[in-house]
Design a binder for this molecule. Sequence first.
Ligand code: PMP
Length: 305
Amino acid sequence: MSTSYPEHIWHNGRIKPWAEATVHVMAHGLHYGSSVFEGIRSYPTPNGQAIFRLGEHLRRLYASAKIYDMPIPYDLDTLATACREVIKANGLARAYLRPIAYRGLGGFGLSAETPVDVAVAAWHMGPYLGPDVLEAGIDACVSSWQRFAPNTIPAGAKAGGNYLNGQLVAREARRLGFGEGIALASTGLLSEGAGENLFLVFDGALHTTPVSAALLNGITRNTIITLARDAGIEVVERDLPREYLYLCDELFMCGTAAEITPIRSVDGRPVGTGQPGPLTRRMQSLFFGLFDGSTPDTRGWLDYV
Ligand code: PMP
């Protein structure tokens, strides 16, 4: 986000001015990483402003909270309404929504029943990894950092603390001049990008790493799998070794923020021709078609504001 902030934010039950949504320095979440959050996009569509897969994102928020035994004191409908209200109150079109639940102030220690506070922010957001990346693609590298091992930090929760690992991967990549970093799992097999899932193309089929590879089960990943299967494109979820990044015909990353970002090279080796390939383009057009009406929304993924 730039340094010009939107005017309104939803915090603990009501819309308030941005500057008033503050957290105490002794908040549990700040000290121990005890927060769970979501990233959701809203798009202008021919039928009005729509939030993409709002219900699925909020269900994942409650799932993340359940993993950490963190009771969210609002129901899903209340948070869905808060998301719509924040978009409206700030007059946003192409926006990113950030619901977050965090342990706030009251009680110290790791197992304290610290109260859970909730906020929903939203701001304008274009392409995440750079202005022309959706067309041109990015150069990626495999990180020297790994994803956390199973039974250490659950990768299936979208929790604040997980993003310490993501920061190591992303910051190392940027420092070395790459657009994004890709992490291996503790098995040595491919996991995912710092904040994105991966798809590799071999012989016209999409291959993506499985949830057992220490990744966040992305809603964009699920969208791509669904759109591809609807279009008769084969999708395989499988363990993949690192070198397949160098050998695949096409490669892209996906996520709410990254949408569908082509990868044109990995570790200095061109992917395929070194240009975004035809299946990547096709998936982009099916995905973005949901928002211009050229891909029918047969599953009710668009939640109109
Ligand atoms: N992996 C990680 C680590 C992420 O942070 C994200 C972004 N939320 C994703 C994958 C993609 O998930 P989604 O498509 O649900 O945004």
